[in-house]
Design a binder for this molecule. Sequence first.
Ligand SMILES: Nc1ncnc2c1ncn2[C@@H]1O[C@H](COP(=O)(O)OP(=O)(O)OP(=O)(O)O)[C@@H](O)[C@H]1O
Ligand SMILES: [Mg+2]
Length: 233
Amino acid sequence: MKIGEIMSDTISLKVTNLEKSFDGRKEKVSVLQGISFEMQAGEAMAITGPSGSGKSTLLHLIGTLDTPTAGEVFIDEKDPFQLSEPELAQFRNQVIGFVFQDHHLLPQFSVLENVLIPTVATDQQQNGQIDRARQLLKRVGLEARLDHRPAELSGGERQRVAIARALINRPSLLLCDEPTGNLDHATTDAVTDLLFELFREENNVLIVVTHNLALADRFERRQELRNGAFIAQ
Ligand SMILES: Nc1ncnc2c1ncn2[C@@H]1O[C@H](COP(=O)(O)OP(=O)(O)OP(=O)(O)O)[C@@H](O)[C@H]1O
Ligand SMILES: [Mg+2]
């Protein structure tokens, strides 16, 4: 079975005519020119495309880290861009998990503390969260590294911490930007297996941006971005 076969009919993510342009020095740079798609809970999709085609820009918009020039994003039937700034921060924190290409771990904090950072703003029981962080770190094979700082980890280990951190609040939307970009073949396979295993358990929506076509091939659903639009497969 490929990853991402549909298991429910709830639309968790709806993207409609999404556009993004940036003000360049001389002229407007149009990066996304009308992207539309829907995803259901339990579905996974890989997005590929040449460097500069707008993959990270698209992921940032869906992850509410940037605002669209036009078009709409609905996550769990809510339009996050209608929320006030503090509401949006809370929504993003609870509903969206983001694995950044260069992991974005905080160097001064331990592995366990890094995984717990998204829980700081929630009012859930701190003890339960610590247990979950430990459990996730065990799942990613880092139970013996809880007190290490990011600088004391290998690249693959840092990426696995970033995955644990993205999952701590049980997001319904998990977005990964080149999660295996800096890893060797064996580590790429291990990190990918783990991502898929956790995804299957959580029944969320998973979008992975990757240059790695072997990784993209493991997804039931794939889209290629060219010149700001998805090209027909
Ligand atoms: N803040 C910005 N201001 C101006 N232009 C931007 C900005 N962010 C991105 N761009 C431009 O948008 C285009 C798409 O960038 P993006 O980072 O989305 O590409 P990508 O597909 O993720 O590429 P890569 O595979 O290299 O990571 C690029 O040409 C980039 O220069
Ligand atoms: Mg990118």
